[in-house]
Every structure is written in structure tokens, then in C-alpha cells.
Design a protein around this ligand. Structure first.
Ligand code: 8OZ
Length: 365
């Protein structure tokens, strides 16, 4: 072990879990679920097991309902068949002594009628289409479909869908759940004034725009203890055409409310998702200080940046996403400072074992 990498290999407490290192695997959408029931792939247990030296694995984004789906072949965790198919994943990870949280996801407006129940319009806080594309079952990219605004009376059922999926995650043997509050999906759409133009109690001032996120958190906290619940946020990311006039005020207020609820962690996409870290000024150190739980940092971290952030106590864990695709043994490579394989974008989304479970581990030989 090189001296400085030792910083990444100290134990860390997340909620009530003591984890062996500071490296998390970020959620990675891989689009290999089995249609029409969006059951996780039979290769998923091997895929996660190959990567489970990470102190914490966060699953790929997983829809809480059919309405919550926005891309072809993403898995769900809301039916008995899906729960059964997730069990071998959690069992494989636990056999190795690893830990895995399920990421709970509702895409809101980032969807397409072909993926929605009865071919209907996707739902959103307001009827504003996202200028972005999604990936549909024809195997092609398509413009997202124009959404319809949710009726106030419909919101409670979506909150209940989160709680139901959180219960399914428990039955499937996950160690906890991460709420996907990042990247312009439904929770983020409610939070931001660029996508939330509602006149009811879910729109307008920050206090109202937080309401949906906090109702979801509170519903999930009836199923899981706060020690096993985290939220992923991306305060300045423009992902999926999201925008807000004052992310500092918005996320400051959110973090205060999450602290009051003793959430185990926030998982923060620093900068533009999968893009530049310096897309807009934002004081992530202040955000971390304001939060009572652990801070998992993500986005564009290299080994050197990760060591620096942990050494300077700017994060409790560092989540690596894309580097885990082609480097199943990323944890070991970071330990010994081995070169990283680049990965093949053509196999990121969809397909089978190729580019999923067939990446070799690094050998010093
Ligand atoms: C890449 C492709 C499709 C979805 C995210 C869940 O950005 C995603 C996602 C990433 O959070």
C-alpha cells in the first residue's frame, strides 16, 4: 500500500454501519433488466459481487413503480418477482461481507409514453417538457414526452409508492435505501423553481417545494430507521434540463430538514453530473458542515482527489461511478495505484455480459 492511499482504507461509520473503507460505488444505470417486468438481470448478482470490496455499494437507480420508469430495461423494486430477483444480489454481496443500499427512483418528466402505464403522459410537478432525450425499447434515443402536471390529490399515492418500494427493498435484503433526489428526476423537479410552477402547497416558496421530498423521506422512515436512509442530491447540476434560481438557499433548507430527521448520509454530485466539477460556484464544504450525518462525495474524483478530500476531512466517503464499470477491482487498483481501464461507452447501457460482468481484474504480473 502506498502511504497516502491508507487514507482511503480507514473504517468509516455510515448510520449504524461500520464500513471497511472510504470507497463507495455510485449508482450506475446499466439497462440490463428483463422486460416486460423490469426484473433485475440474472447477471446482476455477479456484477455487484465483483465490485463489493467497496465499503458501500449503491444500486443502479431502481424505479418505485411503472410510472417511475423513464428508460428501457431499468429495474424496478415494487413487485414480488422483482424482490425475488434482487435477493440473489444482496445475498451475494453479504456473503462477501459487503453492504448494498437500493437507490429508489421516480423519473417524473424524464420518460416517454411508450414506457408509461397505458401509454399515458409522464407526470411532473408542472406541465413543462424537458429538453432532453431518453432511451426507449426500440433501442433508440427519443425526445422525452411532454408531461402532465400532477393533481394535488395524486401526490399521496406516489409518496406511498416510495414507501412500498422501500419495504420491498427490505424484503429483498438490502442494507438500506438511497433516495434519488438528484439529476432532474421527480424529487429534484419538485425542489426546483425551474420545473415547479405549482400554486398549491407543493409549489412556490422553498418551504413548499421541499414538501414532496420530505413527505417521501418521512414515508420511507416509517419503513427504515434513519440510520439506513440517505439521499442523493446534485445542487448545481444541469442534468436533465433542471434549473433553480437559488441552489444555495434551496439545498441549505433541505439539508437542515434532513438533519432534523437524522438521515444517515447525503450523497452529493459536486458539479455537473458526469461533467465538469466547477460548472457553477457552490460551497460544498458549508453544505457538509450543515448536515448532521455522513457526506459521500461524488463526481469526477480521481485517486489523488479522493485521497486529498478524505485527508482534509472534506468527505466521509468518495463514490466512484464510471471507473467501477471497467474496473471491477477498482478498490484494489486504488490501493496499489494501478492503472485504470477506460471502459467502452458502447456497452454502458443495455446488452448482456459484454461490458458488464466480463471485465478482467488487474494483475501485477
Ligand atoms: C444515465 C442514463 C440514464 C439514467 C442518473 C439514473 O443520471 C441516471 C441515469 C444515468 O441519475
Amino acid at each position: 500500500m502506498t502511504d497516502d492511499s491508507a487514507q482511503l482504507f480507514t473504517t468509516v461509520t455510515i448510520g449504524d454501519l461500520t464500513l471497511p473503507n472510504r470507497i463507495a460505488m455510485a449508482p450506475l444505470t446499466r439497462n440490463r433488466a428483463i422486460q416486460p417486468n423490469t426484473v433485475p438481470s440474472p447477471l446482476a448478482p455477479l456484477y455487484y459481487r465483483q465490485r463489493d470490496a467497496a465499503g458501500l455499494l449503491i444500486s443502479e437507480a431502481t424505479q418505485i413503480s411503472q410510472q417511475g420508469q423513464g428508460y428501457a430495461w431499468t429495474p424496478g423494486c415494487y413487485t414480488d418477482a422483482q424482490v425475488e430477483a434482487w435477493k440473489p444480489v444482496t445475498e451475494a454481496v453479504h456473503e462477501d461481507g459487503g453492504h448494498i443500499f437500493l437507490q429508489l427512483w421516480h423519473v417524473g418528466r424524464i420518460s416517454h409514453t411508450s414506457l408509461q402505464p397505458n401509454g399515458g403522459a409522464p407526470v411532473a410537478p408542472s406541465a413543462i417538457a424537458a429538453k432532453t432525450k431518453t432511451f426507449i425499447e426500440s433501442g433508440k434515443f427519443a425526445e422525452t414526452s411532454a408531461p402532465r402536471a400532477l393533481e394535488t390529490s395524486e401526490i399521496a399515492a406516489i409518496v406511498a409508492d416510495y414507501a412500498h418500494a422501500a419495504g420491498c427493498a427490505r424484503r429483498a435484503g438490502f442494507d438500506g435505501v438511497e433516495l434519488h433526489g438528484a439529476n432532474g428526476y421527480l424529487i429534484d423537479q419538485f425542489l426546483r423553481d425551474g420545473t415547479n410552477k405549482r400554486n398549491d402547497e407543493y409549489g412556490g416558496p422553498i418551504e413548499n417545494r421541499l414538501r414532496f421530498a420530505l413527505e417521501v423521506v418521512d414515508a420511507v422512515l416509517k419503513v427504515w430507521p434513519a440510520t439506513r436512509v440517505g439521499m442523493r442530491i446534485a445542487p448545481v447540476s444541469p442534468a436533465n434540463d433542471i434549473a433553480d434560481s437559488n441552489p444555495t438557499a434551496l439545498f441549505g433548507a433541505l439539508i437542515e430538514a434532513l438533519s432534523q430527521r437524522n438521515l444517515a448520509f447525503i450523497h452529493v454530485v459536486e458539479g455537473a453530473t458526469a461533467g465538469p466539477r466547477d460548472v457553477a460556484p457552490f460551497d460544498f464544504v458549508a453544505l457538509r458542515r450543515a448536515f448532521s450525518g455522513a457526506y459521500i462525495a461524488n463526481n469526477g474524483y480521481t485517486r489523488a482527489l479522493a485521497i486529498e478530500a478524505i485527508s482534509q476531512n472534506r468527505a466521509d466517503m468518495i463514490a466512484f461511478g464510471r471507473p467501477f464499470i471497467a474496473n471491477p477491482d477498482l478498490v484494489e487498483r486504488l490501493r496499489v495505484d494501478a492503472p485504470l481501464a477506460p471502459g467502452d461507452q458502447a456497452t454502458y447501457y443495455g446488452g448482456g455480459a459484454e461490458g458488464y460482468t466480463d471485465y478482467p481484474v488487474w494483475s501485477a504480473a
